[in-house]
Design a protein around this ligand. Structure first.
Ligand SMILES: NC(=O)c1ccc[n+]([C@@H]2O[C@H](COP(=O)([O-])OP(=O)(O)OC[C@H]3O[C@@H](n4cnc5c(N)ncnc54)[C@H](O)[C@@H]3O)[C@@H](O)[C@H]2O)c1
Length: 435
């Protein structure tokens, strides 16, 4: 089968590589020429475990192609996946400009059947708009070409994207067309051989499932952050509380980790977009507004704890930041807590030394030389008044505390992900604060 994937970012590139791995003939299209040229030369612009090998292998095998020219690949493809970005506009609504651009190009150029599948996260009603735009362009041309639309939201997690795509918990497809359903069944069959996980719904429900999933996950995080903050005030340990509540099978133990706030390209934007969809329909999403407020406050918690340790006197202190990416195993810093913390530290007159195993270039691209870039975690800790642990990369989990203690100016560790043991920290002579 020949397919095209439009938008070669985290979702588009991973989807393209995984479909090609299963034998599908895939063309990944993007408007970013530099990105497409690099990919054709085996240079993958993002960090995602195993992605580079899979891209190079399938490109060499002739199953994965890269192009900037959507028009000319349309004549060869039966299915088009739209995986372009849907960033929030100034009111928090998902900006559908890029999705509708793709729909317009499709309507202006197809001359045989195509199934237009939206993989980008888009609000309820988008498929209807896509269908209308394609139909309008076809009627402008005075041609009658059959096409279908489907919604196929993507649930991959950055850092485990290939694993998630190759072995999904479920594949959700919203469509009204039997033909579209047959095509999607065929395309996804290799991924569901062991266990059939296709869920077919109407289109609005498929669009809503993606937002409701992310909103639920964000809610669990903010809920646990509130419980953790209260634990702090009343002398309870949220790690024990987490185990206690997570062993209730109705609650389950996943996604109950308190921390210094969620970031990334999805939760913040999708929570905002859902709040906005509700308000457009005259409804107030009270829970999600609270989820967002709690998260915004939580992103400052490490800074607040640091100020408490030093009685507010942090001007001219040197602070080491361990971890910049919004989560481990990615270089993605969109909405990362590290950016909020660094901003606050710089505004308070601190010098900041940062280290991340993968996201250093991304950090340089975003904030340039406003911070110092260390070669490794110990280099960052050298001469520091405090270390703030923001991203729980594996290499941060078992440092040589005696070495860290020796090279720091003052032994203060503020752990934003609760990965260290408070007894061990005090035995090693650290002032240790966690969530
Ligand atoms: N990143 C994730 O973990 C994740 C997970 C699930 C769903 N999603 C959703 O998938 C969508 C894409 O997310 P992403 O993280 O891959 O975004 P991204 O920013 O990494 O990639 C989007 C790509 O689309 C390209 N693009 C924009 N307009 C285009 C056009 N008209 N034609 C061709 N290419 C175009 C951009 O150049 C960019 O390379 C979003 O709606 C997002 O919410 C993301």
């Amino acid at each position: 089968m020949n397919i095209a994937i439009i938008g070669t970012g985290y979702v588009g590139l991973v989807s393209g590589a995984c479909f090609a791995e299963m034998g599908v003939n895939v063309t990944c299209v993007d408007v970013d020429k530099q990105k497409i040229d690099n990919l054709a030369n085996g240079v993958v612009p993002i960090y995602e475990p195993n992605l580079t090998d899979m891209v190079i292998k399938n490109h060499s095998a002739g199953r994965l192609h890269f192009s900037t020219d959507l028009k000319s690949c349309l004549s060869d493809v039966e299915v088009l996946f739209c995986a372009v970005g849907t960033p929030p506009d100034e009111d928090g609504a998902a900006d559908l400009r890029y999705v509708l651009d793709v729909a317009r190009t499709v309507g202006q150029n197809i001359d045989k059947y195509i199934l237009f599948v939206t993989k980008s996260t888009v609000p309820v009603g988008t498929a209807r708009k896509v269908k209308a735009v394609i139909a309008e362009e076809l009627s402008r041309r005075g041609v009658d070409v059959e096409f279908d639309v489907a919604s196929n939201p993507e649930f991959l997690k950055e850092g485990a994207a290939i694993k998630d795509f190759m072995s999904p918990d479920r594949i959700v497809v919203g469509t009204e067309s039997q033909r579209a359903r047959q095509i999607m069944d065929k395309l996804y069959k290799p991924f569901t051989l062991n266990h059939y996980r296709m869920i077919y719904t109407d289109i609005p429900s498929a669009e809503m499932i993606k937002y409701a999933s992310n909103a639920m996950l964000a809610t669990r995080i903010s809920f646990m952050n509130e419980i953790a903050n209260l634990c702090d005030l009343v002398g309870a340990d949220v790690n024990m509380v987490r185990q206690g509540i997570g062993s209730d099978s109705r609650i389950g133990n996943k996604f109950l980790y308190p921390g210094c706030g969620y970031g990334g390209s999805c939760f913040p934007k999708d929570v905002k977009a859902l709040i906005r969809t509700a308000s457009d329909n005259g409804y107030v999403m009270s829970i999600l507004q609270a989820v967002e407020n709690v998260n915004n406050r939580q992103k400052s918690i490490l800074f607040d704890k640091l100020c408490l340790v030093f009685d507010g006197d942090i001007k001219d202190k040197t602070i080491a930041v361990w971890g910049l990416a919004f989560k481990p195993e990615t270089d993605d810093m969109r909405e990362a807590t590290s950016l909020v913390v660094i901003d606050k530290l710089l505004a308070a007159g601190c010098s900041v030394k940062v280290y991340d195993p993968i996201a250093m270039d991304e950090c340089r691209r975003r904030i340039g030389n406003s911070v110092m870039y260390a070669d490794n975690m110990y280099d960052a800790a050298e001469g520091a008044d405090a270390i703030l642990l923001i991203t729980e990369w594996k290499e941060f989990r078992m440092p040589s505390w005696s070495r860290v203690r020796q090279i720091m100016k003052t032994p203060v560790i503020i752990d934003g992900r609760n990965i260290y043991d408070k007894n061990e920290m005090s035995e090693n002579g650290f002032v240790y604060k966690h969530i």
